[in-house]
Design a protein around this ligand. Structure first.
Ligand code: NAG
Length: 491
């Protein structure tokens, strides 16, 4: 997207899209668009334009750098940067224990190590112009300012989205500041390690490090210890995945490793108060039917490879980060681990979720719908309070993409309401929730309930079969790549 850096590049990028824009407006006007009655013109145009930009043709390293460009800190937000020093290896070892405990077969994965972890305390800053610069004061002073407006003792641990290889806390600041505004919570937004340089489970080790840092502040922290029952874990897309797998890790550690050594203290593993996630990516194989059925409303296109031939990773020019050696087909994980529940939470057994705190999931009518609903169904079956809201016709992470519009406001309001209800004890781990999802109609004009059991038209056995097929296809593709790589090395 670097073409957009200069005005001429931007003009060129718009000009090549003029036919697409005209076609979209025309079909919309004569009500011949496939999304008629489900998306207004602004939504439809935005989705079409984002989709046209998401043609990944540049090297992975460049895509990643472009996606992480820091827009600067300005307008209604306080951001105070913090670095937590490198913890003991025990954090990594705890994650490995959880992975091994939940293993299904011969999954392989890299040993990620532990590193210092950067994060941003983020809050809302009221009464300033949208371009007002943040005052030039110390990080401590910014944190104190932030706390004056984020008065609640609730803390939101935020894990940003970006397919596990893109984006950064800096790209999610406006969304996170809005969450803080509506909850009066401080938000800790984490710069977890990204793939492909740092594949599974590096991000999970960092998420656990951030959680432990909240509970038991390491040297150099700005905050006081936060009780786990004051923490809401939140995230979107791949960040939603990371929230779910962090929760599974905590649930598992309570069985297999109930305290973890962290900066010289033995920290007991306790559960957070709740999870509030949006458009969670629960199936890294992207095999569920909605990936295809809902693609018309979404900017995320279905995987393009032909299932009749060997699976191939996206054909992008080689650089120093991708392909990796030995080659993988997936940026984030070895193919053998694709269906490990800490990689694809959709593939976990229902019982994994037993004892989990309340979970709020919001989503559009998007490609990732089925996988999120299957996870909700599994949770509900073992008694986890789970609240699901689906917004008709809305694409992936619409709350962020359409920040400031009525649907995004509704999404933020409902997310914040959940967080406040959990803090107030109105929703607890023992609160029964109906086996239904709330379906919010076009332009927020209707609300109806859909039974959770039938919201996804597949049985558990069918889900497992579809997932297994998606994994096998990639596994065979990976074996082929590896053979080619070995052959090439011999020459
Ligand atoms: C996967 O993980 C292991 C580490 O156990 C690594 O050595 C291996 O080569 C990785 N890649 C593939 C494609 O299996």
């Amino acid at each position: 997207m670097s073409k957009l850096d200069n005005p001429l590049g931007l003009l060129a990028a718009i000009l090549v899209r003029v036919p697409l824009i005209f076609k979209t407006i025309l079909l919309h006007a004569i009500r011949m668009s496939p999304v008629t009655g489900k998306q207004d013109l602004r939504t439809e145009l935005t989705v079409a334009i984002i989709r046209s930009f998401l043609v990944f043709s540049s090297p992975v390293g460049k895509q990643q750098r472009d996606s992480m460009r820091d827009p600067g800190i300005k307008g209604p937000m306080w951001v105070s940067k913090v670095t937590f020093p490198k913890p003991e290896e025990d954090v990594q070892d705890a994650v490995i224990k959880a992975i091994e405990d939940l293993k299904k077969g011969d999954e392989t994965y890299n040993i990620p190590g532990v590193t210092p972890l950067e994060a941003e305390w983020t809050g809302y800053r009221s009464g300033v112009h949208k371009n007002a610069p943040q005052p030039d004061i110390s990080e401590e002073a910014k944190y104190e300012e932030l706390k004056k407006e984020a008065k609640e003792d609730m803390v939101i641990l935020y894990l940003h989205g970006g397919a596990y290889f893109l984006c950064d806390p800096c790209t999610h600041r406006p969304l996170v500041a809005q969450l803080s505004k509506r909850t009066s919570a401080r938000v800790l937004s984490v710069r977890y390690r990204l793939a492909p340089q740092n594949p599974f489970p590096a991000a999970l080790v960092d998420a656990l490090t951030a959680y432990l840092a909240l509970v038991s502040p390491p040297p150099g922290s700005l905050h006081e210890p936060v009780a786990p029952n004051k923490i809401i874990v939140s995230g979107d897309s791949a960040g939603g995945n990371l929230c779910l797998v962090l929760l599974q890790t905590l649930l598992t550690l309570r069985r297999v490793c109930p305290t973890v050594r962290f900066h010289g203290r033995d920290v007991p593993i306790e559960l957070p108060a709740g999870l509030a996630i949006s458009s969670p990516w629960c199936d890294i194989t992207r095999s569920m039917p909605s990936v295809h059925h809902n693609s018309v409303y979404d900017f995320l296109s279905p995987p393009t490879q032909d299932p009749e031939t060997a699976y191939r990773p996206l054909a992008v020019p080689e650089d120093d980060v991708w392909p990796v050696k030995p080659p993988r087909v997936d940026l984030y994980t070895n193919a053998s681990a694709l269906l490990h529940p800490l990689v694809s939470p959709v593939a976990g057994r229902d019982e994994i979720w037993k004892g989990a705190p309340p979970v709020f999931i919001s989503m559009g009518e998007e490609g990732l719908t089925d996988e999120g609903l299957v996870v909700a169904r599994k949770m509900h079956r073992v008694g986890v309070p789970v609240i699901v809201e689906q917004f008709e016709g809305m694409p992936h992470v619409f709350g962020q993409v359409f920040l400031g519009t009525p649907s995004s406001r509704r999404f933020l309001d409902d997310t914040a309401q959940f967080c406040r209800d959990v803090m107030a004890g109105k929703i607890t781990a023992d609160t029964p929730t109906p086996a239904k999802i709330t379906f919010i109609g076009y332009k927020l004009q209707s609300v109806r309930e859909i039974p959770l059991e039938t919201a996804v038209p597949l049985t558990d056995e069918e889900v497992d079969a579809v997932l297994e097929k998606g994994k096998q296809w990639r596994l065979e593709g990976e074996k082929l790549l590896e053979r080619e790589w070995v052959e090439k090395a011999k020459l």
